[in-house]
Design a protein around this ligand. Structure first.
Ligand SMILES: [Ca+2]
Length: 378
């Protein structure tokens, strides 16, 4: 449909402007136009490291974090949120940031992962979300091509799919090959939906990741319990590999090349509460994390192949006891040794989103207005 633009000046513009303002003052109707909102990462402060190309979670819901954000008042053009743009500057110049929409739901909450170029350690980093621009509204390649996860991620599984395979959000497409769970994608996770396992040797299987590395980080969000020994949470026991995050008596342990499992971390996994688990392996050290607590094991680690499948929720050594009972969400495996600052930020960003993120006030930009009043006719 052809769209024509007229410019009105003089007394007619004044009258029309008065009419528009009268209507605007009588209610809070949906405002058409180019909307924008800042999101600053004030919760990442007093840290010792600037993080580069860090994927940050934005949760968009009405009034999020006390902001004026509202899907009704400041509507998106696309029912899928494809007109969302995110920049590091308010003007919206330069290349937009990579983002992936995990879930778009304007009735509850939408979950968007944004690759922030630099997360400054003093809490001053900010991005600008923009939407509603008819001239910049098409779906961007980054929403599907894995670019958001370009910094070292081998596999990222949001575990949100309620049917079919669990998708790997990276460009590697290590989608799940088998899903045996009590609830698929419909359990309450730390971020959006998650899987729940009932302890009957259930698991999610993903294909060989072929990491061939001793710089590896594995993270998962859990909510459950299993006081049995040697429970596999994210575990590979296939091909030439015996490695992963384990739970022994509800304490974090890990296996690497069929050794290191006797190391006692002292890190308890909270029973039936949301918890963020991480294992960061390097050549001469490994650090385990439960939420904000860490413990180190200073031993040598040889390369692990990961040339067989990896299971979420099971260690295949004994499928009758080595199984997780409860929720597993947001599993990530990186070919990189993430720092304590990085992992702290991942945890806080997910577990306390409105503490980590500060959502600003929504504003609607005037479109190229200099004098007079522009309006559109169809
Ligand atoms: Ca999830």
């Amino acid at each position: 449909m052809k769209q024509e633009r007229f410019k009105m000046t003089g007394p007619a513009a004044v009258i029309l402007t008065a009419l528009v303002m009268a209507f605007a003052g009588s209610a809070r109707p949906a405002v058409a136009g180019n909307h924008k909102m800042s999101i600053s990462f004030s919760g990442y402060t007093n840290r010792t490291e600037n993080l580069t190309d860090f994927p940050v979670l934005l949760v968009l819901s009405n009034g999020v974090g006390g902001s004026s954000f509202n899907f009704g008042t400041y509507p998106f053009l696309s029912t899928n949120g494809y007109d969302l743009r995110i920049y590091t500057n308010e003007a919206g110049t330069g290349a937009g940031l990579n983002y992936e929409i995990e879930r778009w739901d304007t009735n509850t909450a939408s979950y968007v992962w944004v690759q922030v170029p630099e997360l400054l350690s003093n809490g001053t980093s900010v991005v600008w979300a923009k939407w509603g621009d008819t001239e910049n509204s098409g779906q961007l390649p980054c929403t599907t091509n894995g670019a958001t996860w370009g910094n070292g991620f081998t596999g990222v599984w949001h575990l949100k799919e309620t049917s079919g395979a669990h998708q790997d959000s990276t460009s590697n497409l290590f989608n799940s090959t088998t899903i045996s769970v009590a609830l698929q994608g419909s359990a309450t996770g730390m971020v959006d939906g998650a899987d729940c396992l009932n302890g009957s040797a259930q698991r999610v299987i993903v294909p060989a990741l072929n990491l061939n590395a001793n710089t590896v980080t594995i993270t998962a969000c859990v909510n459950g319990h299993q006081n049995a020994d040697w429970v596999g949470i994210v575990c590979s026991r296939a091909g030439d590999t015996k490695a992963g995050i384990l739970s022994v008596g509800n304490n974090v342990r890990y296996n690497w090349n069929d050794s290191t499992y006797t190391w006692v971390s002292g890190l308890a996994i909270p029973t039936d509460q949301p918890a963020y688990l991480a294992l960061a392996v390097s050549a001469n050290n490994a650090v385990g994390y439960v939420n904000g607590s860490a413990a180190s094991n200073t031993v040598a680690h040889a390369i692990e192949e990961f040339n067989g499948e990896t299971d979420f929720g099971l260690d295949r050594y004994d499928t009758s006891v080595r199984r997780w009972i409860g929720v597993i969400d947001e599993v990530r495996i990186s070919k990189a040794t993430r720092s304590g600052n990085w992992l702290w930020a991942e945890w806080m960003n997910m577990a306390s989103n409105t503490v980590f993120n500060s959502y600003g006030t929504v504003a609607t930009e005037q479109t190229e207005q200099t004098d007079g009043l522009y309006f559109f006719l169809r």
